[in-house]
Design a protein. Structure first.
Length: 584
């Protein structure tokens, strides 16, 4: 007969909180051997009621480094209130962010896509290490959003995604403006069509407060997509950052995650092939950022859902563009919010049979059920010049095009912001990096009919696949939106407009054909036929390939060297998870 501890008979009463034993946090809160762990929690002000509750992580990338994130502590506080009111134990922790707009056009932009991976890794690590039961993931600037959603998918903890909201537009010269206008103003100033005083005044009024960039750029695109995926409640993306509605959304997110815990509702119960088809349909219907292609491929890979880059084109061919927002149009997210937000677009797509209304959401209800619960205006009562119907769309096809050809065997991505019949053939001017291309443009060398190619800016070759809003905005600002094409193995900002082709794969560093281009080669960008090609035969390309040698790595130590080694192809989402890149 085994010996019994003299205190064993009353240990259950003293050291058990009655918490659901299936919760992972019991590993650090229950039993006499966890007294040291509880002592640590008590040092932070947690009490018995907290320790008996589900432990909800609140990863928060708040920072004074970008207006997108400067207010996120307040958003997190509202979410924490919602968690506590619903009976949870909120635990806030931090992670990194990069300001894409501030790093744009500098070497520092190489850090942007890497930050997506660091955010996902750090949230996964803290959630795993501290044995959390659930997550309310908060995001502001562009890479925060996919990074947080990737973490939720990897951990497969009950999760609700919470966006920090977008900035209000500024006012300049009697019109609404955003940071996009400032970037393009730089090109206009360089051309001599804007004075220094006017550029200065534009700079001072474009960004009036907190929140992510206001147009349908990357942050707002991914926030919208979080609704389409079902990872955020329908109607939660569009409320402005500095509004009472945003904090109401945050409190509801905090409460909703406890419902997810109670019903053991996880990302794996929500994310299906249909979820990703919905996300793509929304992206192309609203003219969303090209970056969403990269991020959706990454999210699908993390979720174990098969998704090919060509499927974006297939869905775009059958889904019209029905919202004309910046960068192609003039309106911003707050305008869409005022008429009902993303659910208005989703409802039109569902009714047209272009969106899976039976797809599940984080609330435990389907998209169609959520639409029925929302107090949305009737379609006939919405008379806005930037919203169109499926029957009479702004453009008959969606905004995202996937181009292939002998310059992009694995695909390249273009967002139509103007003429969707664009066809352009011209001599190419090749640049080995963004800085050289920017100097060329700023010095006024570009001419109508040119093609600019910027290479060695891919996921591994950059590394980090820099966005190039500075260059593209300078081209547009000099009046070449419709007669100069640009292609790169890097990325573009969601604010980019014009015939700009990114994500060219394979990238130059991997021996892709973009690395074989020479000045003067005739390059064709043909949107209707989805073609990106160079007027060279297979034999000529093969001969150049024999003489090609990879450039030595730009970084041999530190974080950039690590991610240069680990990034996979843009055609597969440029992920670093070794389980997803092993076969590339």
């Amino acid at each position: 007969m085994s010996q019994q501890s003299p205190h064993e008979e009353d240990a259950d009463d003293v050291f058990s909180s009655g918490k659901d034993p299936s919760l992972r946090s019991t590993e650090v809160t229950e039993g006499p051997d966890k007294a040291p762990h509880r002592a640590m929690f008590r040092a932070m002000g947690f009490d018995d009621e907290d320790l008996s509750s589900p432990m909800v992580g609140v990863p928060n990338p708040a920072a004074d480094i970008t207006p997108c994130n400067v207010h996120l502590d307040d958003v997190a506080d509202a979410a924490i209130d919602g968690i506590e009111d619903a009976g949870g134990m909120p635990i806030e922790f931090g992670t990194v962010t990069i300001s894409d707009a501030i790093s744009m056009g500098t070497e520092g932009m190489k850090a942007s896509l890497i930050s997506r991976e660091v955010i996902a890794d750090s949230v996964e690590l803290v959630s795993f290490g501290e044995r959390m039961d659930a997550l309310v993931t908060i995001a502001g600037c562009d890479k925060n959003l996919p990074g947080m959603m990737m973490a939720s998918i990897r951990t497969d903890l009950p999760s609700v995604f919470l966006y920090g909201g977008s900035i209000m537009p500024g006012q300049h010269d009697g019109r609404e403006v955003t940071v996009q206008n400032v970037f393009e103003g730089v090109g206009t100033y360089a051309e001599g069509d804007m004075s220094a005083d006017e550029l200065d005044d534009l700079e001072r009024h474009a960004c009036p407060g907190a929140g992510s960039c206001g147009g349908m750029f990357t942050a707002n695109t991914m926030a919208s997509i979080s609704e389409a995926l079902g990872m955020a409640p329908l109607g939660s993306a569009s409320a402005p950052a500095e509004s009472d509605e945003r904090y109401d959304v945050a409190r509801r997110a905090g409460a909703a995650v406890l419902d997810c815990v109670a019903n053991d509702r996880r990302p794996s119960d929500i994310l299906t092939k249909q979820s990703f088809e919905n996300a793509i349909a929304l992206q192309v219907a609203i003219g969303g950022s090209t970056n969403a292609v990269l991020h959706l491929l990454a999210l699908a890979a993390e979720a174990g859902v098969e998704l090919d880059i060509e499927e974006f084109d297939e869905i775009s061919r059958r889904t019209p563009k029905i919202a004309n927002l910046q960068p192609g149009g003039t309106r911003v997210m707050k305008d869409l919010h005022e008429v009902g937000g993303i659910p208005i677009v989703v409802r039109r797509l569902v009714e047209a049979g272009l969106f899976h209304g039976d797809a599940m959401t984080v609330t435990g209800r389907t998209i169609e059920a959520e639409l029925d619960r929302l107090d949305l205006p009737a379609d006939e009562d919405i008379d806005e010049d930037y919203l169109y119907t499926v029957e009479e769309p702004y453009q008959s096809e969606g905004a995202i095009k996937i181009l292939t050809g002998n310059l992009a065997p694995d695909g390249a991505v273009l967002k139509v912001t103007g003429d969707d019949k664009f066809h352009h053939t011209g001599p190419v001017r090749v640049f080995e990096n963004e800085e050289d291309a920017m100097r060329y443009v700023q010095d006024g060398h570009i001419e109508s009919g040119d093609v600019i190619a910027i290479r060695n800016e891919g996921p591994s070759g950059g590394p980090g696949m820099r966005e190039m809003l500075g260059v593209t905005a300078a081209v547009v600002g000099q009046g070449h939106e419709d007669d100069v094409a640009l292609l790169t193995d890097g990325r573009f900002s969601g604010a980019t407009r014009g015939p700009m082709v990114g994500h060219v794969a394979p990238e130059a560093a991997a021996g892709g054909p973009i690395g074989l281009l020479e000045d003067g080669d005739e390059v064709t960008v043909d949107i209707p036929n989805r073609e990106l090609s160079v007027a060279l035969s297979d034999e000529e390309l093969d001969a150049r390939k024999e003489d090609w040698e990879p450039k030595p790595p730009a970084y041999t130590a530190g974080v950039l060297a690590k991610y240069a080694r680990d990034f996979g192809s843009a055609a597969n989402g440029a992920v670093t998870n070794p389980a997803l890149t092993r076969d590339e």
